[in-house]
Write a protein that binds this ligand. Structure first.
Ligand code: CAO
Length: 427
């Protein structure tokens, strides 16, 4: 069969961009959707996958080259003989490594893990970010790299992540009581019922999904719902004018909520902690107040931080909120800004809805969901009054925070957003 070419596809804004990784080499077998190269513009990086199965004949580009749509990446030979099952090959490669590095007992465990957890690389459609060396290392151990949560910036996977992944799987396999997650394979395909279109998942969503699944499946979430009476806060907020122009200041409730949250975090430090070393019974208490803000962008959800929010005024926080959300939407933000938070606020207040169940942004232990404030009739001191009520949905990690503490936290937050709060001093 004749060789086929794989070229740089239409990748929108990516023109004359740098190749930062070449993930395959001559002679290597690739399956459709395996990442071949990573390219990076000043905004973001993208992996270009193989468009069909085969064996790499000749890689035509190297790290540092600049490419645009239509440039040749590599040629692929398609002799069916050479294309052995990737699954079989991976098992064979895994064995000698296991022999060298593990004692017999551990090797049996790894093999059991591979069988029971289905770690053999069958489907590489989820391209993770890792260097070729780390990919090779994972492949040799029969681990599907796409199942690993990377510890580096933007979820990049390093060798230690592969090792930790294997040891966590070994521990899980040893624990007979642990339920094994099963992949549900439908009896029918979507196309059995009509025309369909299969699209690539946006990169940001793909990265976020690993974190979301990890959070949802490992953290025992509970969500307490409550309402804060923000009547006075809203009167005050909407009365704010610029000292020089006399024009109304445009500060959204979110900047006030950040400040109120920080006051509650100071009083309830367990909400500003992480328990990423639960095996050793260690809790990390944070002495800083970096509040994460969930920002809705066309690329997916991003969570930049308002750093040291305790030392910033409400006006300053309001400006920073605009700056960071613009940076996220234009992909102009440093990856580091998505890490190192105290607690996150996810506000749907500008869009609509009341209560929901936010997922904790691991390794944080709590997240505050904010809904749209509404005027309601509230029974106060024997009569109904019209008050502006803000829906709050506080999700927390039940391993470290109990329901009673969460209810107290909400009470404190309501107090901070209520008429007694020091927001009047903090604008
Ligand atoms: N109640 C009532 N009105 C509210 C409100 C609330 N809780 N929060 C904001 N508003 C109002 C604002 O005052 C503003 O009104 P004006 O236009 O009259 O000034 C309007 O809604 C729009 O606000 P905004 O959404 O642009 O600004 P924000 O500071 O509230 O939020 C940001 C900024 C970045 C959080 C927001 O743009 C965003 O991305 N929200 C979506 C977050 C998200 O998707 N969360 C879900 C994550 S889980 O999948």
């Amino acid at each position: 069969m004749s060789d086929k070419e794989i070229k740089v596809p239409n990748i929108g804004e990516f023109k004359d961009v740098e190749v930062i990784e070449v993930l395959v080499s001559n002679g290597q077998s690739v399956s459709k959707n395996d990442p071949l190269i990573t390219i990076e513009s000043d905004k973001s990086s993208v992996e270009i996958p193989a468009s069909f199965d085969g064996k790499v004949k000749s890689v035509k580009i190297k790290v540092g080259d600049r490419v645009s749509e239509g440039d040749l990446i590599l040629t692929v030979g398609q002799s069916g003989e050479e294309e052995k099952s990737i699954e079989q090959k991976t098992i064979k490669e895994a064995e000698p490594v296991a022999n060298q590095n593990q004692n017999q007992n551990q090797k049996e465990k790894i093999e059991k893990v591979i069988q029971t957890q289905n770690l053999i690389k069958k489907d590489n459609s989820e391209a993770s970010s890792a260097s070729p060396k780390v990919r090779k290392f994972a492949r040799e151990l029969g681990v599907n790299i796409n199942e690993i949560v990377g510890s580096e910036r933007q979820g990049r996977i390093v060798e230690d992540d592969v090792k930790n992944f294997i040891s966590s799987k070994i521990n899980k396999t040893s624990d007979k009581t642990e339920a094994q997650p099963k992949k549900i394979i439908s009896e029918f395909s979507h196309s059995d019922f009509g025309e369909i279109e299969v699209k690539d998942m946006p990169r940001v969503k793909k990265l976020a999904s690993t974190y979301l699944v990890n959070s949802w499946t490992t953290i025992p979430h509970v969500t307490n719902h409550d309402e804060a009476d923000i009547t006075e806060m809203e009167d005050f907020r909407t009365s704010l004018t610029d000292m020089y122009t006399g024009e109304r200041k445009k500060i959204t409730p979110l900047a006030f909520i950040v400040k109120a949250l920080v006051a509650s975090l100071k009083k309830f430090p367990s909400f500003n902690s992480s328990i990423d070393d639960i095996e050793n019974g260690k809790i990390t208490m944070k002495n800083y107040f970096h509040v994460g803000i969930a920002v809705d962008t066309p690329h997916g959800l991003m969570v930049p931080k308002i750093r040291n929010a305790d030392n910033k005024s409400i006006s300053y926080i309001s400006n920073e909120l605009k700056t960071v959300s613009d940076q996220c939407r234009n992909l102009k933000i440093d990856k580091k800004e998505f890490f190192g938070g105290s607690m996150t606020i996810t506000s749907l207040g500008g869009i609509g809805g009341s209560f929901f169940t936010p997922i904790i942004n691991y390794p944080e232990v709590a997240i505050l969901g904010v809904g749209k404030a509404q005027k309601k009739q509230i029974f106060i001191n024997g009569k109904f009054e019209t008050r502006t009520m803000l829906p709050l949905s506080l999700s927390y990690d039940h391993r470290i925070i109990d329901g009673a503490e969460a209810a107290r936290f909400n009470n404190d937050l309501k107090e901070n957003l209520g008429k007694n709060f020091a927001y009047k001093l903090a604008v």
